[in-house]
Design a protein around this ligand. Structure first.
Ligand code: IMP
Length: 426
């Protein structure tokens, strides 16, 4: 099996966790390469639900190694909490199969305070609707070269100095701009050092692990978080997350040459959802939107927020294809569309009277595009127990075929329900 990425093609929440889980038993290693615990992957195995935020979903397969790459921002407290929850389910979380790169940036307590303080101060119109997990402020410190990395935990003096440096600036902001309590260097130092000994056994040279696996002819799966439209460069800026979510970031965020990775599986939801603020041309404000929300259980795995729902948007997928060139895609939640009389697909936009094929780069223009729809007949059958593509109702097959035509590659997987075995592989 080739090394592959599994990444979201839309605004996140496409169901990546399920496909990573499915393929997790077929690879030697699953790697997270960006984002942090803003992500939430829900995996259901035999009716039992596990929600993971930072630990790769490969952990649910005995023997699969899991790596948290250098491109991730890791909240050590959330990591340890997740470890504990997995241990309670008798899942092996030992440092023999789970590794954290020493170069991984740590989300510090002040990053979370800054994230929330900044969002609450913004006017309703200016809010991005972040998850409040400190993701943006942590990446900012990384770029400002004052971040704390997992490997730094070996050096107590360095950790203290870094906290001191970070708090000089942040306390000025807390006190004078955001009017929240200043943070004390000693208190933050103690809080962080209290978990250092538990985290350090997991910190290892992860690039060396890849080379060893490569030498043995074994394959790795690189698991993305969020989606292409939330990419810091290519997404709907400024309503994006603070990392590169596209598959080409896998090499950078994991510390391997990109030529190692030859397969790119885009995860595509059969309709569109978005959490947080920002333009969403195909958003539905009517009963159909509510139907998708309820039937699809469209509530955030991380924040519990209601996801905005709308029709499938081929312009978004065209952009995904231009930037990522997926080798195949996994279509998720096709079952949710069942029961509708007709289903719409946005095949283009109009902007100021002109037809355009991909999302414009300006947020103001994107807010003004009008979707051009094509309408397909729906199906009434429950498809959640279909095991093969042939068993799908004709209209469901027609819908998938039209999406394949618009996306430019064939669907390698079609998911018809939340459970691991409710997936058609072609
Ligand atoms: P942040 O990543 O917390 O800074 O949030 C920035 C934007 O990305 C907000 O609109 C979030 O709702 C969105 N976002 C972050 N992570 C996810 C995710 O895993 N799924 C969907 N949206 C996300």
């Amino acid at each position: 099996m080739a090394n592959m990425t599994v990444f979201g093609a839309q605004w996140g929440d496409e169901g990546k966790g399920k496909i990573v889980d499915l393929l997790g038993s077929e690879v030697a290693c699953v790697v997270r390469y960006q984002g942090g615990n803003n992500a939430g992957h829900t995996v259901i195995v035999n009716g039992q639900k596990t929600v993971l935020h930072v630990i790769p979903s490969g952990i649910l397969h005995d023997g699969t190694l899991c790596i948290i790459g250098n491109g991730v921002v890791l909240d050590p407290f959330v990591f340890l909490e997740e470890l504990e929850n997995l241990r309670l389910k008798n899942i092996d979380t030992s440092p023999k199969r789970l590794f954290v790169s020493p170069k991984t940036q740590l989300i510090m307590p002040y990053h979370k305070v800054l994230d929330s303080a900044r969002e609450s101060m913004k006017s309703a119109k200016g809010k991005i609707g972040t998850t409040g997990r400190g993701i943006g402020p942590c990446y900012e410190d990384k770029m400002a070269r004052i971040g704390v990395r997992a490997g730094d935990l070996n050096d107590k003096e360095l950790i203290r100095q870094k906290i001191e440096t970070a708090l000089i600036e942040k306390n000025i902001l807390f006190k004078n701009l955001y009017h929240v309590d200043e943070m004390d260097v000693d208190a933050v130092y103690k809080e962080v050092m209290a978990v250092a000994d538990k985290l350090l056994p997991y910190v290892q040279d992860t690039t060396a692990i890849f080379y060893e696996l490569k030498k043995q002819g074994k394959s790795c799966l690189f698991e993305g978080a969020q989606g292409v439209m939330l990419d810091i460069d290519h997404g709907t800026y400024p309503y994006v997350t603070s990392s590169n979510t596209i598959c080409s970031n896998a090499g950078v965020g994991a510390g391997v040459p990109n030529e190692f990775i030859t397969e790119h599986i885009a995860i595509v939801k059969a309709y569109t959802t978005r959490v947080g603020a920002g333009p969403f041309p195909t958003e539905l404000f009517d009963d159909t939107g509510k139907y998708l929300q309820q039937k699809g259980g469209e509530f955030g795995a991380t924040t519990g927020r209601t996801r905005r729902c709308g029709w499938f948007d081929a312009c978004v997928l065209r952009e995904c294809y231009r930037i990522c060139k997926p080798t195949t895609f996994a279509l998720t939640k096709l079952d949710v569309l069942g029961g509708l009389d007709e289903i719409k697909i946005c095949v283009a936009y109009t902007l100021n009277g002109k037809e355009i094929a991909v999302p414009p780069s300006s947020a103001a223009d994107f807010a003004n595009v009008q979707p051009v729809y094509e309408t397909l007949p729906g199906w009434k059958e429950d498809i959640s127990s279909c095991l093969t593509y042939e068993e799908l109702p004709e209209n469901a097959k027609k819908y998938v075929a039209r999406l394949e035509e618009l996306i430019g590659v064939e669907a390698g997987f079609v998911s018809v329900g939340p459970d691991r075995n409710q997936t058609i592989r072609r």
